[in-house]
Design a protein. Structure first.
Lengths: 107, 118
């Protein structure tokens, strides 16, 4: 199985900050990587597909990059509604696997 | 608009069974692969099962060891997950999700809570 390691597991940031979350795969997955946002008590929301594609309706302050084994989710200017937990997921091979999550908290 | 609405969750005793459903609307259900994903309380996301658009191909997480069965009724635009021999560690919110080749998951349901407890 492909393991995904996210870092950091949590971070504190202020509104307006630039935030970067990384996701490392245990083997190459090309660009078959997605990012999701989840708020407490809510279903995950799809943000990024194919490592850098933005789902419809997702604000442009969210961006993704990377290929192979190393990936990044960047929020260019953190907004109050962005405080949540973020997960990466690979869909290159089955079983599909998720990273452990990164909780973005208010500083 | 695309909607996925899960149902069927509840409290069940260990060893018992439960059938979850996911009602789809706002899109042509029969042309999309579907998945179930679960999340134990306070934990991360875990992929459970996949079914092809026509129901002919299914894949499961190894950890389920044959206890769960995914199926679909394209005439009723409904996805199902049969959970058998339930264990305490199956306690989780179960989400259905739609997927697109090359894109992965795009839409998720709101989830249904399954609690396995005596």
């Amino acid at each position: 199985d492909i393991q995904l390691t996210q870092s950091p597991s949590s971070l504190s940031a202020s509104v307006g900050d630039r935030v970067t979350i990384t996701c490392r795969a245990s083997q190459g997955i090309s660009t078959s990587l997605a990012w999701f946002q989840q708020k407490p008590g809510r279903a995950p929301k799809s943000l990024i597909f194919a490592a850098s594609g933005l789902h419809s309706g997702v604000p442009s302050r969210f961006s993704g990059s990377g290929s192979g084994t190393d990936f990044t989710l960047t929020i260019s200017s953190l907004q109050p509604e962005d405080f949540a937990t973020y997960y990466c997921q690979q869909y290159k091979t089955y079983p599909l696997t998720f990273g452990g999550g990164t909780k973005v908290e208010i500083k | 608009q695309v909607q996925l609405v899960e149902s069927g969750g509840g409290v069940v005793q260990p060893g018992k069974s439960l059938r979850l459903s996911c009602a789809a609307s706002g899109f042509t259900f029969s042309t999309y692969a579907m998945h179930w994903v679960r999340q134990a309380p306070g934990k991360g996301l875990e992929w459970v099962a996949h079914i092809s658009y026509d129901g002919t191909y299914q894949l499961y997480a190894d950890s389920l060891k044959g206890r769960f069965t995914i199926s679909r009724d394209n005439f009723k635009s409904t996805l199902h997950l049969q959970l058998n021999s339930l264990r305490a560690e199956d306690t989780a919110v179960y989400y259905c999700a739609r997927s697109i080749s090359g894109v992965g998951f795009d839409y998720w349901g709101q989830g249904t809570l399954v609690t396995v407890s005596s």
